[in-house]
Design a protein around this ligand. Structure first.
Ligand code: SF4
Ligand code: SF4
Length: 433
């Protein structure tokens, strides 16, 4: 998608794919919440088509509806006509965001600061991560919260402050070397790159470390460039394709010198992976096409290439359940591989989660921008989790991890949240300790 594309520029066949059958309706979280046609995929597609046909102005009505959509893509999996909702959705968001008459000054300023001034620059993001780490690790956050000081900066800041992701003691750049090689005695199989992510690199560097350890254990040499650029998914999903293009190119450049020697480039975040595999549609270059072919989700890569099954430690089995990240299952079509990894863990019993592929309400920054609907969607997810009796919910996206953890904590439920690759790394460490 180019930086200037609008709904009326889309190939018309994309806009008329919908045959109005309604099979997507029960899978759409916002339709389930309101039972209103306009809040369904079919309703949104009708709005977008009306804009393309010149029957509806691009205005607040379209913006509100597109902002209310979680972008979870459950509709694309359910749709028998193969509707390309992603292209329409991202185009509509870009078109509404580019319109200066839509939205408030405060929202535009916040968006400008986040998308243009922070997520575009890995060093600035790291600097903010360092400040947040000091704020959290000195206990200043609890003190400030107890005095309700964030509310002095506004109601929304007061509500959001406790939701800030907890920074790791070490960021990815501090705990992962640029090149790491399998330990002695492990047969070498090749070389892979690892995408450390932006927020993932600061708040889930332990998951990145686990990813590298699992790859090393299975014979892969790992290349992880420092200070990696954001992949641009936050820009693409929030109507800033020009910035998505820029961040994507920056990231590709960081892998350039090793690109042809790498067998794959590994991502462990469902939301990023879905975007990282579609750089060609964003950039249209041969280099981007080769990049798309090389990007693999960690679960898909391990199952495709084979991984060592860890040995059992004996004792009672841990009951766990798996929540699917929307952009892993609907965006990338990867459903079975994470389950295969979990089923290979010797001391765990996996209980299937009802509606495991339904959104948890995190959806990038949706939980920040649409807190009420996000909470409704999360409540339904937590109800499903409770029915399983699991001790641990496993998921593979940082946003889902934080959202579900926050929900479980607020209910005081003693259920932990973890990621498949971390459980596998833990099982390897325990097998060999
Ligand atoms: S992306 Fe999700 S929330 Fe949006 S229309 Fe599709 S199913 Fe509904
Ligand atoms: S399932 Fe597909 S074709 Fe049917 S209404 Fe939904 S988007 Fe349209």
């Amino acid at each position: 998608m180019s930086a200037t594309k609008q709904l009326k520029d889309l190939d018309y066949s994309v806009l008329q794919q919908c045959m109005h059958c309604g099979m997507c309706l029960p899978t759409c979280p916002t339709y389930v919440s309101t039972k209103r046609e306009r809040n369904s995929p079919r309703g949104r597609i009708a709005l977008m088509r009306a804009v393309a046909d010149g029957n509806l102005e691009v205005g607040q009505e379209l913006a509100d509806e597109m902002n209310y959509c979680l972008g979870c893509l459950a509709c694309t999996t359910a749709c028998p006509a193969g509707v390309d909702y992603t292209t329409m959705f991202e185009t509509a968001r870009a078109e509404t965001e580019a319109n200066p008459n839509i939205g408030t000054t405060k929202r535009r300023l916040l968006r400008f600061l986040l998308l243009d001034k922070v997520f575009l620059y890995p060093n600035r993001l790291q600097f903010l991560g360092h400040l947040l780490r000091i704020y959290q690790q000195t206990g200043l956050d609890e003190f400030v919260r107890a005095l309700k000081l964030p509310y002095l900066l506004g109601k929304s800041i007061g509500r959001l402050e406790p939701q800030a992701p907890r920074m790791n003691r070490e960021f990815s750049d501090e705990c992962i070397d640029t090149w790491e090689h399998p330990p002695e005695g492990v047969a070498r199989r090749g070389k892979v790159g690892v995408l450390s992510g932006c927020v993932q690199s600061l708040a889930f560097s332990d998951v990145n470390r686990d990813t590298v350890d699992v790859l090393l254990h299975n014979g892969w040499s790992v290349f992880t460039p420092k200070s990696q650029s954001c992949c641009g998914s936050i820009h693409a999903h929030n109507g800033a394709p020009g910035l998505a293009l820029k961040t994507g190119e920056n990231l590709m450049n960081q892998f350039e010198r090793e690109f042809f020697s790498l067998d794959a480039i590994i991502t462990n975040a469902g939301g990023c992976g879905s975007h990282l595999k579609h750089y060609h549609s964003l950039m249209g270059t041969e280099k981007a096409r080769q990049w798309d072919q090389k990007v693999k989700d960690i679960h898909e890569f391990l199952v495709e290439t084979g991984f060592e099954i860890p040995g059992s430690r004996g004792g009672e089995k841990h009951r766990l359940t798996y929540h699917e990240s929307c952009h892993l299952c609907h965006g990338q079509g990867i459903k079975q591989a994470p389950r295969e990894i979990l089923d290979a863990l010797p001391d765990c019993e996996r209980i299937e989660l009802p509606n495991s592929d339904t959104c948890c309400g995190s959806a990038g920054i949706y939980n920040v921008l649409q807190p009420e609907e996000s909470a409704r969607v999360l409540d339904r997810k937590l109800e499903s989790i409770k029915t399983t009796g699991a001790e641990c919910v496993v998921t593979s996206n940082p946003g889902c991890h934080l959202q579900i953890q926050g929900g479980l904590n607020s209910l005081g439920l003693p259920i932990t949240v973890d990621q498949p690759v971390s459980l596998l790394a833990k099982a390897y460490r325990e097998s060999f300790s």
